[in-house]
Design a protein around this ligand. Structure first.
Ligand SMILES: NC(=O)c1ccc[n+]([C@@H]2O[C@H](COP(=O)([O-])OP(=O)(O)OC[C@H]3O[C@@H](n4cnc5c(N)ncnc54)[C@H](OP(=O)(O)O)[C@@H]3O)[C@@H](O)[C@H]2O)c1
Length: 283
């Protein structure tokens, strides 16, 4: 495993397991268990994935010690008015005493109040690191950084071989904020198109690796942690097996040719607002 050291000194496994879309009908538990048994020690969930209880069950059933797992969740904009209470509820759903990382999931609602609540949760030992997710979707996200007690440790964003939000990434770097990719394989909706791009297949063939492994290696070597998702135990194991090869400059140049800078999730924030603010939780 490789690690990323965040601006607060926390050491996070650079490759995690993403749980978006894994239903709480036994699927999420089965997949998180498969991930922990395969050797993942970083799990990424969110209140809005509606599977935190199963993630917690899988952690307990795995027998892996809580302190050996990096556990991330995200709170929703409608929870920002009392974000510390939202953290308390996440702790209860997950059945854990603390969270390694909590993100504000979107730049909507009262983000300043949300952040203050997360800062308070850090002070009270409930959360160790706090971060921001999808903030680049707002034109005025920079005003968020004024007057913070704690600088975000990390920012999660859509980022893959076909879309690199470069200006945002440079801004984050200048503020000392680490970067994490969602949709590192192009997302569940893209029919695995990115795994089979000619540039990816050429590099994969050269290294005797699968396309998904090349895409994840690319994330790590270009300064990102990543949280690929899968419901297939073979894919879950394959995605972790990326620490025995490295991309060279020629590979990186080849892969850069695949970038048409197009989001997979190409819906403007303004068009997502009603859906996000009206999202119904079952607990
Ligand atoms: N902050 C946010 O707003 C946000 C938004 C979206 C996602 N996320 C996070 O990012 C994580 C990753 O996103 P994602 O799961 O949607 O997309 P992803 O990891 O880019 O892609 C998942 C897709 O790739 C396939 N796949 C995975 N490994 C494979 C392999 N080795 N070979 C072939 N196909 C493979 C999966 O199918 P199989 O099931 O068949 O393997 C699935 O269809 C999420 O789980 C979540 O934790 C965050």
């Amino acid at each position: 495993m490789e690690y990323i050291t965040l601006n607060n000194g926390a050491r996070m496994p650079a490759l995690g397991f993403g749980t978006f879309g894994l239903a709480a009908d036994g699927t999420a538990k089965r997949c998180v268990l498969a991930a922990l048994r395969a050797g993942y020690r970083h799990i990424d969930t969110a209140h809005a994935y509606l599977n935190e209880r199963e993630v917690g069950e899988a952690i307990r059933e795995s027998g892996v010690r809580r302190e050996d797992i990096w556990l991330t969740t995200k709170i929703w904009p409608t929870e920002y008015d009392d974000a510390e209470a939202a953290v308390d509820r996440a702790l209860e759903r997950l059945g854990v005493q603390y969270l390694d990382l909590v993100y504000l999931h979107h730049y909507l609602g009262d983000v300043k109040a949300g952040w203050k609540g997360l800062e308070s949760a850090v002070r009270h030992g409930k959360v160790r690191s706090i971060g921001i997710s999808n903030f680049e979707r707002s034109d005025d996200y920079k005003s968020f950084f004024e007057g913070l007690e704690i600088t975000p440790a990390i920012a999660q964003m859509e980022r893959h071989i076909d879309f690199t939000p470069d200006a945002y990434v440079e801004d984050l770097k200048s503020r000392g904020i680490s970067r994490e990719a969602w949709f590192p394989l192009g997302g569940t909706v893209s029919q695995k198109a990115q795994l089979n791009l000619p540039e990816v297949l050429a590099v994969a063939k050269k290294h005797g690796k699968a396309g998904a492994q090349v895409l994840l290696r690319w994330q790590l070597q270009t300064g990102f942690s990543a949280v690929p998702g899968s419901a297939n135990p073979e894919h879950i194991a394959e995605n972790l097996n990326i620490f025995d090869f490295a991309l060279d400059a020629e590979d990186l140049a080849t892969l850069a040719n695949a970038n048409s800078n197009k989001r997979v999730f190409d819906v403007p924030l303004s068009a997502q607002t009603d859906m996000i603010m009206g999202f119904k939780f079952n607990d």
